[in-house]
Design a protein around this ligand. Structure first.
Ligand code: F6P
Length: 422
C-alpha cells in the first residue's frame, strides 16, 4: 500500500465516547509506521471543504490516550449535507482537491446514517473523479438507530446515564410525594427511535418501580390511557415517574415537541415535550410535577460511561485502521453480538451502502402490550450494554481531567480559500 495520509472527521451529534474512537484510530495508526500521518478535519466535512485540517502528529501519546476519556467532539463536528454529485459537483471536486493537496488516501468518517451516506458518496465520487479514496465509516450515534450493528457506540453510555438519572430522581420524588411533587417527567433524546427512552426501563428492578410510564416514538400518544395510568400510579405508589422520548408523536404523526427548526438533513429540532406533559398532568389531574430535559447532559455524560461502550468505541476506531491497512473501502466496522449471557461481542464488517440513510427503530416485541413499558426481551438486549464503569481520571480540584481542545496545529493551507460554507 502506498504511504498516503489518513483524514479523520467527526459528523453529526457527538457522543460521550466519540473521542474514544478517534483515540482508537490515532493510537492504532501510530502502530503502522509504513502508513502516513493522521489529520483531523475541523468541524467535520466543513473543515475538509475549508481545508482546515489539524495535524495530529504533534499530539503526545498521553494526549491521544486522554481523548479516550474526554466527551464532546474534540475536533468539532457538523451537520452539513453533501447532496448528490449532480447538485453538488463543485463540493466533491473541492474535497478531492483537498485530499490531493495533502496526499490523503484514506478518509475515516465517524458518524451515523447520514454520514455513512456521505462517506459512501465520497468513495464513489473519488473513483469517478480519478482520485480513488479509501472511505471507511466509523459508527456512532446515541440514538442507536443504525442498521446492521447490534449497538451504536455512544448509546450504552447514554443508556446508563438515563437509567441512573431515572432511578435517582425517582427516589427524590418518592420522598416528596406525600405533601408536594407527585410526578417527575424526564425527557430524553432519540429522535424517531425509542432506544434511549427504553433504557430508562432498566431502572425498574421490581414491578411497581420507576419509571412507571415510558412514552416511545414508535407508539402514538394515547392521552386518555396515559392520564389514567399516571393517576393509577399516584394512587398505588404515591408518585409517578414518566420518561418521554423527544420523538413522541400524536396519532396524526406530528411530533409533540417539534420546535419548527430544521437542520441541513431536514431533521426537526426536537425538545420541550416534558413541560407539555407536565402541563397536561397538572391541568387534567391537578398533580404538582417536576420535569427535566436531559438534552446535552445525557449526550456528554462521560463521567458515568459504560465500560462496554468505551471499549466498543475504541475497537471500531482500531478496526477502521486495520480495514484501511488491508486496502478496504466503502465499509464500516460494526458490533456483532455473539451472546447476551455472558455478554460477548466482536467486530464485523458492513458495507457503507447498507448503513446509509436507514433508521433501526425499536422492534414491537421490545415494547409491552400496554405500549408504556419495555419487555423482558428488551431488558435482555439492553442490560449488558450498561455494564461496567470507566471513570475518567479526576484532578485535585474534584473535576475530571479532560483533554482541552486545540492540542494540535492546523496544517498550512495550500489551496484558494473556500467561502461557500460561510
Ligand atoms: O445525534 C442524535 C441526536 O442526539 C438526537 O438524539 C437529537 O435529536 C439530535 O441529535 C440533536 O441534534 P443537535 O445537537 O444538532 O441539535
Amino acid at each position: 500500500m502506498t504511504a498516503k495520509n489518513f483524514l479523520y472527521a467527526q459528523s453529526g451529534g457527538v457522543t460521550p465516547v466519540i473521542n474514544a474512537s478517534a483515540a482508537g484510530i490515532m493510537h492504532t495508526a501510530r502502530q503502522y509506521p509504513e502508513l502516513g500521518a493522521v489529520y483531523a478535519a475541523r468541524n467535520g466535512i466543513i473543515g475538509v471543504l475549508r481545508e482546515e485540517l489539524f495535524d495530529t502528529t504533534s499530539m503526545l501519546d498521553e494526549q491521544v490516550m486522554a481523548l479516550r476519556h474526554t466527551p464532546g467532539g474534540t475536533f468539532g463536528s457538523c451537520r452539513y449535507k453533501l447532496k448528490g454529485v449532480a447538485e453538488s459537483r463543485a463540493e466533491y471536486e473541492r474535497l478531492i482537491e483537498v485530499f490531493k493537496a495533502h496526499d490523503i488516501g484514506i478518509f475515516f468518517y465517524n458518524g451515523g446514517g447520514d454520514s455513512a451516506d456521505t462517506a459512501f458518496k465520497i468513495s464513489q465520487m473519488g473513483t469517478q473523479l480519478g482520485f480513488p479514496i479509501q472511505c471507511i465509516g466509523v459508527p456512532k450515534t446515541i440514538d442507536n438507530d443504525l442498521p446492521i450493528t447490534d449497538v451504536c457506540p455512544g448509546f450504552p453510555t447514554v443508556a446508563k446515564y438515563v437509567a441512573i438519572a431515572t432511578m435517582e430522581a425517582s427516589l427524590d420524588v418518592m420522598s416528596m410525594s406525600a405533601s408536594s411533587t407527585k410526578v417527575f417527567i424526564l425527557e430524553v433524546m432519540g429522535r424517531h427511535a425509542g432506544w434511549i427512552a427504553a433504557a430508562a426501563g432498566l431502572a425498574q428492578r421490581q414491578s411497581g418501580d420507576a419509571p412507571q410510564l415510558i412514552l416511545f416514538p414508535e407508539i402514538s400518544f394515547d392521552q386518555p390511557a396515559f392520564l389514567q395510568r399516571v393517576q393509577r400510579s399516584v394512587t398505588e405508589h404515591g408518585y409517578c415517574t414518566v420518561v418521554v422520548s423527544e420523538g413522541v408523536r400524536d396519532d396524526t404523526g406530528k411530533f409533540l415537541s417539534d420546535s419548527g427548526v430544521r437542520d441541513a438533513f431536514g431533521h426537526a429540532q426536537l425538545g420541550g415535550v416534558a413541560p407539555r406533559i407536565a402541563a397536561l398532568i397538572k391541568g387534567e389531574l391537578g398533580h404538582k410535577c417536576h420535569w427535566a430535559v436531559a438534552d446535552y447532559l445525557q449526550r456528554s455524560a462521560r463521567h458515568i460511561a459504560s465500560r462496554v461502550d468505551v471499549e466498543q468505541a475504541w475497537a471500531v476506531g482500531r478496526a477502521a485502521v486495520e480495514f484501511a491497512a488491508a486496502g478496504e473501502s466503502g465499509v464500516m466496522p460494526v458490533i456483532e453480538r455473539v451472546s447476551s449471557k455472558p455478554y460477548q461481542w466482536r467486530i464485523a464488517k458492513a458495507q457503507l451502502s447498507a448503513m446509509a440513510n436507514q433508521e433501526k427503530l425499536m422492534p414491537r416485541t421490545f415494547i409491552d402490550a400496554s405500549g408504556f413499558a419495555i419487555t423482558q426481551a428488551c431488558r435482555d438486549y439492553l442490560a449488558p450494554l450498561i455494564a461496567g464503569e470507566d471513570y475518567p481520571p479526576y484532578r485535585d480540584d474534584g473535576l475530571p481531567d479532560y483533554l482541552r481542545p486545540g492540542q494540535c496545529p492546523l496544517l498550512p493551507q495550500k489551496l484558494a480559500k473556500w467561502t461557500k460554507t460561510e
